[in-house]
Design a protein around this ligand. Structure first.
Ligand SMILES: Cc1ncc(COP(=O)(O)O)c(C=O)c1O
Length: 458
């Protein structure tokens, strides 16, 4: 079928995620045909830089030959089998290798198949842990405003992005959301941060969390955060010290610490896992997206022996964790994850990363001079540019103007997939992106933003 026939069929049949379909009434969706390294190619052969790593999952570039080979070898051997009461080689080898990469307490691996379910599993395990231990009343979760943990009702109950969760609020459970460490719009004092010179505070925002938690310390089941980088809430970056204090707070109050590393895991922040920047260890770690290098769906929730033992009992005691998904630990997905770990080893990815990270983090600041760019922030291979109506007052644009969307459309002309988060434009780069590519990308991004600024008469 030719491209136009396929696009017409798409328009007639398909409902795309996170997409207002009416936006495409008179415009075609970007029709991707193939991927290679950091690039995507459309049906007409036009090349696009995959600046957001295909929704934050691609780690080593598209179609890495080593991962493809691993998948090929698995095909024809075992395609799928349920994981209840059954096992197979891939997930065993994968858990064994992940155990070697994680702090010693994290040694029990519960597989599932996407980021939302990895978090959902952690929430349910934490909740049932207290029941299994016979401890009453610990039923509240604490999370951050502007946090994002997935699209299931459980994870939405902890999310803090009103546009996503709003219509469903009557369906979600009660939780405690506290102001996020959003430095550019500091919840304590706007003078605590300037885009040019950064943060000059003692993390007073942590007190907002601490006070709320202390008020109900014995009712809290777990505290969940995205460590150091809050993705969907606007690519907010906060310091490791915040995480350290959070670990101490959990130790003091007994609440579990759940780290949602669905987006940050596997090198994106410059360390294999973001929590390493703070030298702490969570009670639950949620991984997905990059676990397979971004090639196939897989997720894992990792916890410690203490949690595992709270469920380990005679069947009749009713302590079993009744949760599972059809494609849990799928053999082909597990093979791709092993392939991705092979790439990390064979290409010495983590040793080569710091140079690229420093380059991106140093060079990104140049965009502060670009019209509309109010703040520039970043960590690891991520850089974000918040567009504002007034740089002085930090006043945002009227959402109806859809400035971020306009930048996205302009970027496509230049061969960039700059899918924004409202008015935050960001680069979420594969770890294999070279310094030359980063340099060009920053230039093209700046140019794209400038053109849109001119067009809207900024
Ligand atoms: C931090 C975080 N948690 C959970 C999720 C949900 O993952 P999935 O889309 O695979 O359900 C995402 C997705 O973007 C995420 O960024």
């Amino acid at each position: 079928m030719d491209k136009n026939t396929l696009l017409a069929l798409d328009k007639r049949l398909i409902w795309h995620p996170y997409t207002q379909m009416k936006d495409f009434e008179k415009r075609d969706l970007l029709f991707i045909d193939r991927g290679e390294g950091v690039y995507l190619f459309d049906k007409d052969g036009k090349r696009y830089f995959d600046t957001i790593s295909s929704w934050w999952c691609i780690i080593h570039g598209h179609n890495h030959p080593l991962i493809m080979e691993k998948i090929r070898k698995q095909l024809g051997r075992l395609d799928q089998v349920q994981f209840a009461g059954t096992t197979h080689e891939g997930p065993i080898l994968l858990a064994n290798r992940l155990e070697g990469m994680l702090p010693q307490p994290l040694k029990r691996f519960f597989f599932s198949d996407n980021g939302s379910t990895a978090v959902e599993v952690a929430l349910k395990m934490s909740f049932q842990y207290w029941k299994n231990k016979g401890i009453e009343g610990r039923e509240f979760f604490v999370s951050l405003e502007r946090g994002y943990h997935g699209d299931t009702l459980g994870t939405m109950s902890l999310g803090g992005v009103p546009a996503f969760e709003g219509p469903f609020s009557p369906l979600t459970f009660d939780s405690m959301r506290v102001p996020a460490p959003y430095c550019y719009r500091c919840p304590v004092d706007p003078d605590n941060y300037s885009p040019e010179s950064g943060r000059k505070c003692s993390l007073e925002c942590f007190r907002l969390l601490e006070e709320r938690v202390n008020d109900r310390a014995d009712r809290i089941c777990a505290i969940i955060v995205e460590p150091l980088l809050m993705g969907a809430g606007g690519m907010l970056v906060y310091p490791p010290e915040y995480l350290k204090r959070l670990r101490e707070l959990c130790d003091r109050t007994g609440a579990h610490l759940i780290l949602d590393e669905v987006a940050t895991g596997f090198g994106r922040t410059g360390k294999m896992f973001a929590f390493e920047h703070a030298r702490i260890c969570p009670d639950f770690l949620c991984l997905s997206k990059g676990i397979t290098g971004g090639t196939l769906p897989l997720a894992v929730t990792v916890t410690n022996e203490e949690v595992f033992q709270a469920f380990y009992a005679d069947y009749t005691e009713g302590k079993t964790f009744f949760h599972g998904h059809t494609f849990t630990a799928n053999p082909i997905c597990a093979a791709s994850a092993l392939g991705s770990l092979d790439v990390f080893e064979q290409e010495d990815v983590m040793a080569r990363l710091p140079e690229r990270v420093s380059f991106l983090q140093d060079e990104k600041s140049r965009l502060l001079d670009v019209p509309m760019v109010g703040d520039v922030r970043g960590i690891g291979m991520v850089a974000a540019f918040e567009l504002v109506r007034d740089k002085e007052t930090r006043a945002p644009f009227d959402p109806a103007l859809r400035v971020g969307w306009k930048v996205y459309l302009k970027g496509l002309e230049k061969g960039l997939v700059l899918r924004p988060l409202l008015d935050v434009i960001y680069l979420f780069l594969p770890l294999c992106t070279t310094k030359g590519q980063i340099s060009r990308l920053l230039e093209d991004t700046a140019d794209t933003i400038s053109k849109v600024a001119k067009k809207i008469g900024y």
